[in-house]
Write a protein that binds this ligand. Structure first.
Ligand code: XIL
Length: 631
């Protein structure tokens, strides 16, 4: 994916939810509309994004078409206008003469509840290269950082509100010049597009000026245009969270390991070489995979890397009700999933189950819709599905996502009442007692700090499940990140908010949709480190690892040609390096070596003279010394 800031396939920010609401997409929240008519088949990949172009070097020589009229003066306050007060003020010492002062007096539930809006009177073609420039300054802020925030959006001015860009911007007390470069993700006829600054945030007073939005069509490439680097709090090398996280990781994820080598008579052997080689971590490191890709001939690189990089996998689509019901065409069967699961087991990889109930019509099989006026039949059909699928997979899955995305997928609850969720958990537990039962939702960690309706609702639903005694074990947080990158300290606060329920937390669908690969690498490293350091987190699963099999063609680790992205390097460095123990030492006079090692599975090889022996070892939180007899 080339698009730096493509809003509509960015599910990360709470601020982007509107796109999902408005689009009412089938199963994908923000996938581009053309994929709606064609749900993916077993063989198809995600829709291609607007293509990349080489830089022309002509920036500054070519004049673009101005899309934003007279600049900030032409934006009008819309929505819950009583929550904000605007005024035009003269400005000195800047390349613009006027700024719009916006005082947000009242907090909104959604960023789009109040916005500055302007129609785009000129037509725009899909693929057009566009540069927005704006100046932002804080006058008053309640944030610790002293910063104000808004979000720049270009979208269709009516349903389905298709976005070309959705970009959060922040500034402190000095004027900050911000560039937002993007390509139009669709064509907009004259008067059909709109530019927005979203204002539905906590009370703050900001100044906006010098707004220009220039369309260069196809005269320039995206890479010709200047850009303002995204940032997140805590990205600095000396940020204090780093030391604290390292200490927690040592305490939580490691134990002392003592190995004593003896000869046949039971006497300690000193000077023996002990190689402690970790083969698997206890903490879950996983990815979404496609069952068919693992079990069909070929796809060697995909298979090899799945086995090398992960101890956990989840099927991206193989266990979803819609495909299993035949709505996606041929090839989606429980047998295909079982074959995939068998492949994973043979390669030492545990499988998460995703998903038993995704309770909106857009994510349920077509055959269910006719039952909407017959609640008891509907109730029975959903329960039968849960029982049948969980029975078919019984004993083969470590987790089941029983319920997915209750925030905006609640058609079944609207008809059957919210307690029906508890019944789904009971049916899943009865059918497969060994799988840990999860709930899963998005925009919990992604989208920056703070309370949002999405986060509040997640807490409410989890509490409801707990209060009603649902057999429920774990909390899933998807982790699809867009441009609003949540910094480590804020991630920790959000984890604490849900950790109070005493359930394990898994990050279930990590990916990051920004065009700055280096930053994505840095963020991935910091995000994984933060999660690994939190006591409630049991694992992190990314939503695909290769662009060739990823819903947004923007997988964290590998490009389409299998070259490694910076985030792939960061992942390899951490998961295969820093978070693993691989050491050699010689036994002391008492025949022992002592080390501190990560929890998980090991091969321990002892060499003394001509003798060599390899034994398996599992280091658990309880810890246990190991004694090896060389014979
Ligand atoms: C997505 C898949 O990646 C797509 O291939 C499919 O077309 C739609 O679903 N949240 C979820 C996942 O819980 O199941 C979604 O997966 C991505 C968003």
């Amino acid at each position: 994916m080339v698009q730096s800031v493509g809003g509509c396939y960015d599910r990360g920010g709470m601020h982007l939810r509107r796109c999902a609401f408005a689009l009412a997409l089938l199963s994908v929240g923000c996938l581009k509309p053309q994929t709606l008519e064609q749900p993916p088949s077993a063989n198809s990949g995600p829709a291609p994004a607007v293509s990349a172009q080489a830089p022309t070097g002509k920036y500054g020589q070519v004049k673009g078409v101005e899309l934003s009229g007279a600049g900030i003066e032409s934006f009008k306050l819309t929505g819950k206008t009583e929550r904000a007060v605007t005024a035009l003020l003269p400005v000195e010492g800047q390349p613009f003469a006027q700024a719009l002062r916006v005082e947000i007096k009242e907090k909104s539930g959604n960023p789009w509840d109040v916005q500055l809006q302007q129609r785009v009177e000129k037509p725009v073609q899909v693929g057009d290269v566009i540069l927005a420039t704006l100046y932002l300054k804080a006058e008053a802020s309640r944030e610790e950082s002293g910063e104000v925030q808004t979000e720049f959006v270009m979208e269709l001015g009516h349903e389905p509100w298709s976005k070309s860009v959705s970009y959060p911007v922040r500034a402190g007390h000095d004027w900050r010049k911000i560039y937002v470069r993007f390509q139009a993700q669709r064509s907009y006829a004259a008067g059909e597009g709109q530019l927005l600054f979203r204002l539905g945030f906590t009370p703050q007073t900001l100044l906006l000026g010098g707004v220009t939005v220039e369309n260069f069509g196809s005269q320039l490439a995206l890479a010709d245009l200047p850009t303002t680097r995204l940032t997140y709090p805590g990205m600095e090398a000396d940020a204090p969270w780093r030391q604290a996280a390292a200490e927690r990781i040592d305490k939580l994820r490691k134990r002392d390991l003592a190995i004593t080598v003896r000869d046949r008579q039971g006497k300690p052997v000193s000077g023996a070489l002990v190689h402690v080689h970790q083969t698997k971590q206890e903490f879950g490191f996983g990815s979404a995979v496609v069952a068919q890709t693992l079990t069909r001939p070929g796809n060697d690189k995909y298979k090899e890397l799945t086995a090398e990089l992960f101890n956990t996998a989840v099927f991206e689509n193989n266990l979803k009700w819609q495909p299993l019901a035949g709505d996606w065409g041929e090839g989606w069967t429980v047998e295909a999933a079982l074959k995939g699961q068998q492949w994973l087991t043979q390669h030492g990889i545990q499988t998460r189950g995703h998903v038993l109930v995704w309770p909106s019509w857009r994510n349920l099989p077509r055959s269910l819709k006719p039952l909407q006026k017959e609640p008891e039949k509907l109730r029975a059909a959903v329960l039968a599905h849960v029982s049948e699928l969980a029975t078919a997979m019984r004993g083969k899955l470590v987790h089941w996502d029983v319920l997915n995305e209750p925030f905006d997928n609640h058609d079944l609850m609207d008809i059957l009442g919210e307690d029906v969720m508890v019944d789904w958990y009971r049916a899943a537990r009865a059918a497969d007692p060994s799988a840990k039962l999860f709930i899963n939702d998005y925009a919990i960690l992604s989208g920056g700090p703070g309370d949002t309706p999405h986060r509040d609702n997640y807490e409410r639903v989890i509490k409801l499940l707990v209060d009603k005694g649902a057999p429920f074990d774990g909390i899933g947080m998807q982790g699809h990140f867009g441009s609003a990158l949540t910094g480590p300290e804020d991630v920790l606060k959000l984890l604490d908010r849900y950790a109070k329920f005493g359930k394990q937390i898994w990050i279930t669908e990590y990916d990051i949709d920004i065009d700055d690969e280096a930053l994505a690498g840095q963020f991935t490293r910091d995000f994984y480190t933060t999660l690994f350091s939190h006591p409630a987190v049991g694992g992190i699963v990314m939503w695909g690892f290769w662009d060739g099999a990823h819903w947004h063609k923007n997988a964290p680790l590998y490009r389409q040609d299998w070259s490694l992205k910076p985030a792939g390097q960061a992942y390899r460095d951490l998961v295969l390096g820093e978070f693993r123990t691989n050491q050699e030492a010689k036994t002391d006079a008492s025949g022992s070596v002592k080390t501190r090692a990560f929890l998980g599975d090991y091969e321990v090889t002892v060499t003394a003279g001509a003798k060599q022996k390899t034994v398996p070892l599992t280091l658990t939180a309880a810890g246990a010394p190991l004694s090896i007899t060389l014979d």
